[in-house]
Design a protein around this ligand. Structure first.
Ligand code: PRP
Ligand code: URA
Length: 213
């Protein structure tokens, strides 16, 4: 896959260690859910190194008064792509407990692999926030691209997308369709299979998070 200026592939040893457990078919639903949250927190910490609206606050320490930069109140919204994106919300909330949450419901048509939108509820004023769009799996890229289109139609200008596992096809599609959106992926997998599943991947993230299969 070519390099894109707007794509960051973490390949971090601590995250990779957790992804190995996440991939394992024997990992329980509870552990899977916990790992998705932990990885999301680590990714958020790194992804929010830049682009976060901050203000200066005056703080009185026991020794003197200083100016300290803090994250602007109400500056961040988390938007999971349902269902599997829901598993990442707590991982961001650990760092930003007051972040508002919007929901975009999408499922892939099993034949065409085209995403179908079935739900959208976004927080008031989302257009002025940094939007963290989250979904553990970036396969063909159709769901992420449509979710970003939808956010842009609502006026969002500052969007970051985080996925835990990406396929080259999906990463390239999002990066080229939305060059203004920074894409963070923990690990880049080899390819998609004929059913649009990521190889080696981890299977169906929604089913593993919610125990539906
Ligand atoms: C999965 C995943 C993404 C999408 C990725 O969701 O969580 O949303 O597929 O595939 P794409 O990049 O090819 O669009 P799915 O459609 O299986 O719905 P679910 O989360 O409700 O299981
Ligand atoms: N969605 C998933 O949950 N897993 C994949 O491998 C591809 C799409």
């Amino acid at each position: 896959m070519q390099n894109f200026d707007n794509v960051v592939i973490f390949n971090h040893p601590l995250i990779n260690h957790k992804i190995a457990i996440l991939r394992d078919e024997k990992t329980s639903m509870k552990e899977f859910r916990e790992l998705i949250e932990e990885i999301t927190t680590l990714m958020t910490y790194e992804a929010l190194k830049e682009g976060v609206p901050t203000v200066k606050k005056t703080v009185k320490t026991p020794l003197e008064v200083c100016e300290q930069s803090v994250v602007l109140d109400n500056a961040i919204a988390i938007v999971p792509i349902l269902r599997a994106g829901l598993g990442m919300v707590n991982g961001v909330h650990v760092l930003f407990p007051s972040a508002r949450v919007g929901h975009i419901g999408m499922y892939r048509d099993e034949e065409t692999l085209e995403p179908k939108e079935y739900y959208c509820k976004l927080p008031d004023g989302i257009e002025d926030k940094l939007v963290l769009l989250v979904d553990p799996m970036l396969a063909t890229g159709g769901s992420a691209c449509d979710a970003i289109d939808l956010l842009k139609k609502r006026g969002c200008k500052n969007i970051k997308f985080m996925a835990i596992i990406g396929a080259p096809e999906g990463v390239s599609k999002v990066a080229t369709t939305h060059p203004d959106v920074k894409v963070y992926v923990s690990t880049l997998d080899r390819q998609l299979n004929e059913n649009g599943y990521i190889l080696p991947g981890l299977g169906d993230a929604g089913d593993r998070l919610f125990g539906t299969k």
